[in-house]
Design a protein around this ligand. Sequence first.
Ligand code: AP5
Length: 233
Amino acid sequence: MLIAERPTMTNLRSDLRLILLGPPGSGKGTQAQYICRVCDVGHVSTGDLLRRNTQKGTELGKTAAEIMKAGELVPDELIHEMLAALYERSGGEGVGFVLDGFPRAESQAQALEEYLTERGQSIHKVLLLELADDAIVGRLVHRRTCPKCGKSYHLKASPPKVEGRCDEDGTKLVWRPDDTEDVIRNRLATYHKQTEPVAEFYRKRGLLASIDAARPIDEVREQITVLLESLKS
Ligand code: AP5
């Protein structure tokens, strides 16, 4: 059974801390937007933060742009610095969040664990969106994104209501420069080599939950909803 869009869920912890893991194009951004809406927690996407820095022309953005275009990972120290600043600004303790695109190397998972432990906090659940490589290229070459609110569209599976414009704010949708077939294949290779061990890191801690991300968007959302219901206090 498919579910209609739900209002904010009640009885969820206001400090719910989740991680979305998964290969490029598995739907992390799409589902993070849904989770944040129903759980009323913040969305932290390291990819979006880096792209925003690139748009603003910061030193971090200039360094990151070249690395992202090659489909590789931005060095840990730059990512950790950016996240620590964001965490402090967001009010820190008592604030729930969904991390999308972080951690994506075991070193980042370890750093996050230490950072949260020092603050008496931990991650509540890690959702692994599983999708085979074959399905990914088709998804990403048809993706368009809103540069203002970050909402993703798929020109075939979930097109905007008005061609080329964001449903939320009417902004002109853009195509990401790392969504070419060659770069997507490099991003996939990087994922298998550096990010897959992160799933194992959380599996060992009993935090990992697998989601079948090959299903249509609302069916993936339904699997996530069931999981969120199980996290209610
Ligand atoms: P990032 O921006 O995080 O990209 P990514 O992980 O490659 O993931 P994507 O944003 O491409 O996909 P997604 O899983 O969010 O899917 P989406 O929901 O958009 O990172 C980009 C780069 O930044 C990295 O390569 C790296 O260089 C750097 N970086 C970022 N974080 C870093 C870190 N921590 N350390 C170091 N470097 C870092 O969906 C994709 C498309 O499919 C959309 O069109 C959507 O509408 C559609 N879709 C979604 N779900 C479905 C479905 N179920 N069925 C059909 N279509 C669907």
